[in-house]
Design a protein around this ligand. Structure first.
Ligand SMILES: CC(C)(COP(=O)(O)OP(=O)(O)OC[C@H]1O[C@@H](n2cnc3c(N)ncnc32)[C@H](O)[C@@H]1OP(=O)(O)O)[C@@H](O)C(=O)NCCC(=O)NCCS
Length: 147
């Protein structure tokens, strides 16, 4: 049974582990700890049988949301958890009255792009050589939140 809930301090080690396994340039443990205190941030985890299977979060700044990250642990991918996280971030954005949500994604990350397009995001720009390890362009995507 999977549930989506707000991320807490107790989840940080598991989320850090997930970060390290999912990204070549992961967030540090310290940065993740600070995010729990960040009043502009909203983070959720998907929990399956007590284990953190995925997480995601956004920042709300000046009436806009910016997705900071979404990751699902390898063993839990393809089970709809990325979609659950996305829906929770979209619901939160509607509640907050955000007009738009933006995000960045690696040019070659077809799986993530498919998830975002499925949820109504579209490409608005390309940021050259934005990512490191390996160096790669970022696609900037946006979603206009319906009232
Ligand atoms: C991107 C990611 C979060 C998707 O999570 P997930 O739980 O596996 O995705 P879901 O099972 O919820 O699938 C949701 C949608 O994502 C897309 N998707 C998921 N797996 C896919 C695959 N193997 N191939 C193509 N599209 C895929 C599809 O659009 C899917 O919807 P559909 O099933 O109706 O086709 C996950 O692959 C991940 O953690 N990747 C590594 C970290 C990462 O790249 N994060 C994004 C950073 S911008």
């Amino acid at each position: 049974m999977a549930i989506v809930r707000t991320m807490t301090k107790a989840d940080i080690e598991a989320v850090y582990d997930l970060e390290c396994r999912s990204f070549s340039v992961p967030w540090s443990l310290d940065s993740l700890k600070k995010e729990i205190e960040n009043k502009l941030a909203y983070y959720v985890v998907v929990e399956e049988d007590g284990a953190v299977a995925g997480y995601g979060g956004l920042w709300g700044v000046l009436g806009e949301g910016e997705v900071i990250n979404i990751a699902v642990a390898i063993d839990y991918r393809g089970k709809g958890y990325g979609q659950l996280i996305m829906e929770s971030l979209l619901d939160y954005s509607k509640e907050q009255g955000f007009e738009r949500i933006t995000l960045e994604v690696r040019y070659s990350n077809e799986v993530a792009k498919k998830l975002y397009i499925k949820n109504g995001f579209h490409q608005i720009a390309v940021r050259k050589n934005y990512y490191q390890k390996p160096t790669e362009d970022a696609i900037i995507m946006a979603y206009e939140v319906s009232k």
